[in-house]
Structure formats: structure tokens, C-alpha cells
Design a protein around this ligand. Sequence first.
Ligand code: SAH
Length: 441
Amino acid sequence: MNFLAAAGARRLCAVRAVLPCLWRGKYLSSGNEPAENNSVTPMLRHLIYKIKSTGPITVAEYMKEVLTNPAKGYYMNRDMLGEEGDFITSPEISQMFGELLGIWFISEWIAAGKNAAFQLVELGPGKGTLLGDILRVFSQLGSLLKNCDISLHLVEVSQKLSEIQALTLTEEKVPLEQNAESPVYMKGVTKSGIPVSWYRDLQDVPKEYSFYLAHEFFDVLPVHKFQKTPHGWREVLVDIDPQVSDKLRFVLAPCATPAEAFIQNDETRDHVEVCPEAGVVIQELSQRISLTGGAALIADYGHDGTKTDTFRGFCGHRLHDVLTAPGTADLTADVDFSYLRRMSQGKVASLGPIEQQTFLRNMGIDVRLKILLDKTDDPSLRQQLLQGYNMLMNPMKMGERFNFLALVPHQRLHGRNHQTNARQSKPSPSPVAGFGELAWQ
Ligand code: SAH
């Protein structure tokens, strides 16, 4: 079936973010000086109190507190995405992004034998825009999915963003069920009648046949930072600046710290960032996929174990000093894809990372763009589509900095039956879409 043509028989979405906005994969300031904001925020007061009572904290603890402290964390009570916020992400830029990801999941579902049911699980769904675009593709390909029992599972720590996601996905057509004490803290039904549940932790999502999606999720998980010194690796810590009141500074731990165990023995860089929480999530995903099938698609900006100091902040579409006015700016670090692959511990097969421009081109973004352009004469919509395409695909913009990694069961790549004798003929499995050209079947 020609998925793109089928999905093309629909209206265009409303105009999205007006460009230019800043995307977080961006790393150098491109002439923008870091935004300065020296106010003593409630988070800064909280951290100073904490450091005074127990001593300097790791960068991972700093990042976790600043981003997801239940009361004052940056992510907890605000909408930071889009023009009015602090940064922009691919789904907020163009509907084509989510549509092509929707096709990826359907393609994997078909390749794996069209299971009678699946869960679509998204980690860190932002405003729910990406899921909304994916669900629209599911609706358009309804004849294909009509006998499949689909449910949505959103892993989100932010109260504010979960409310926005609910609005995007359900339009509150059916009242939401809320229970702050339960691992499933909210439940609803989407506009198209699909049940949707919210969790704070992946561990609480039912261990059923699932497709997992994580877009710009791993980069917000806390990293430990280490510096090589003549005395060996020393962890970078956050301390109070003794010279200036109400100011934080980086210091090196005087001796080895437990997190050093995460550094590889053969590490050649002199500065490294490691994200144990990302390792835990990957282990959980790999375990689930190896036991129940399905697949995970992970997209983020990152590197393959080569970069050093990537920890940075964003506020109001400008780079922001990470230690200034904590709680008012986003903090992020590039994802180390080599570490993610290592943490899958061979339980699943991994594909990629490959650059976003390659993945989207393989998924048929050029055809999709043409279909959408042919559908409208509205100059502003046409311009928005072209600008969005350029932002997603241009190697100087998001095309190269963002990468896609997929985790699939080993059987998906090597045929279904491990026991099959090599001389017996068996159908060769179809290639995984996006990581080779989309198969037109
Ligand atoms: N995927 C979205 C949003 C990316 S921003 C997009 O691409 O537009 C990061 C998202 O992860 C936000 O929804 C944030 O609230 C959520 N998040 C941050 N830390 C999290 C954690 N520890 N567990 C679950 N969600 C988290």
C-alpha cells in the first residue's frame, strides 16, 4: 500500500510555530549571548539551602532538582515549547514529522505480523502534538487498523504538560478521570475513541505488546559530569560561590565518587557526561521488547560517544548559563547513543543512530511535502511547509544534529524462528523503514 498517498488525502494542519525559533539541538550560540537573569529564584534558594546542609551536589542531582522537583521544577508547571516558550521541537515545526513517524509504527506493526492489539507508549510527550499527528495517520489508515485494539500510554512528570496533552488529544470530549495518588494519574479517551492513560514512570506502563516513542526525552535526563585530572577522574559538582552571595559555581570533587563506575575503562576523552537514568530506561525498554515484541523509536540530538561538554541551558530561545536563575531555563545535554546501545545489553537489535535528514528522506518526506503542497494554494501555508521542511532537513539546522535509533526484537531482523535450519527456505524479513528506504508493498 502507498501509505503516503493514503495519508495525503486529508486537510493541512493549522500553521505551526513561526520561524525562527531556537531548537535545543543547537549548541553554539550563533552570535546570541547567553541570556542573563540574575534574580534569586525559589529554586536557587532551595539549592543553596540544600548545599549548605549537605555539601556540593552532583550535576545530575542539580539537573534533576532544577527540571523535575515536584514543587518548583522547570518542567512541572509551565509550557516551555513553541514561540512563547523557550525552545521549539520538530513536531511543533511541521506536521510532516509526526505523520512520517506514524507511518513508521504502522510499517513495523505490519512487518511484525499485525498483532491484534498494541500499546503506543510515548516518553515525555510535550504538548501531545506528535501523538496527535501520529493518531491522524492512524485514522486515515483506519481500514488497515480497524481490527486492531490500540491504546495510548503517556509517561509524563509534568502536571501542566499532561493537562495540555489531554486537551490536544481528547479535546475533553469525554471527562478525564484523575487520581494523583495512583500510578495511572489520569485517564481519558481521544477524539477518535482510543483510551489514553498517563503515568509518571515507565515501570508502571502495562508490560504488553508495545511500540515506544521518545522524542527529545533522553536529553533532559540528568547527567553526571567528569573531568580527567592528574589524579584520575574527578566528578564535577555544583557548589556555592564563596566570593559572590547567591551564586553557584562548578567545583571538582576532591576524591573519586561512586558515579565514576559509569566511565568506560578505555575512555579516551578528558571530559565525559554519563546519564545512568537513560541506561535504566533503555534496559527497561530492551527487556520489554525482548519479552513481548514491539519496537522503540528514539530521536534526539546527540553523538556516538565522542563529545565532551554539552551541558547547556535555554531560556526564551537563547542559550542560558546553566547555573544562573535555576528553574527558569531548560537544561539539556547531548544524548550519547553509544551508551544507549551498550545499555540494551544485546537483548534487542539496534538500528542507527542515523541522521534525521536520512531517516525522514527514507520515510518519504519529499513525497509527503509534494502531496501537501499540491493540496493548498494558500501562500502562507505553502511557505510554512517549505520552511518546516528546511528546518527539519537542512544539515545546518536539524537535519544532521538529530539522530534516530530503533530497538527491535532480534527476530525482526533475522526472521521469526531462531531454530530454522539455514538450508530451509524462509521469507526474508522486510527492512526496517527509515533505516533503509521505505518498502512499497
Ligand atoms: N517530546 C516532546 C517534548 C520534549 S520536552 C517534543 O518533542 O515536543 C521533554 C518532555 O519530557 C516534556 O514533556 C517533559 O515534561 C518530559 N519529562 C522530563 N523529564 C521527565 C521524566 N523524568 N519522566 C517523564 N517525562 C519527563
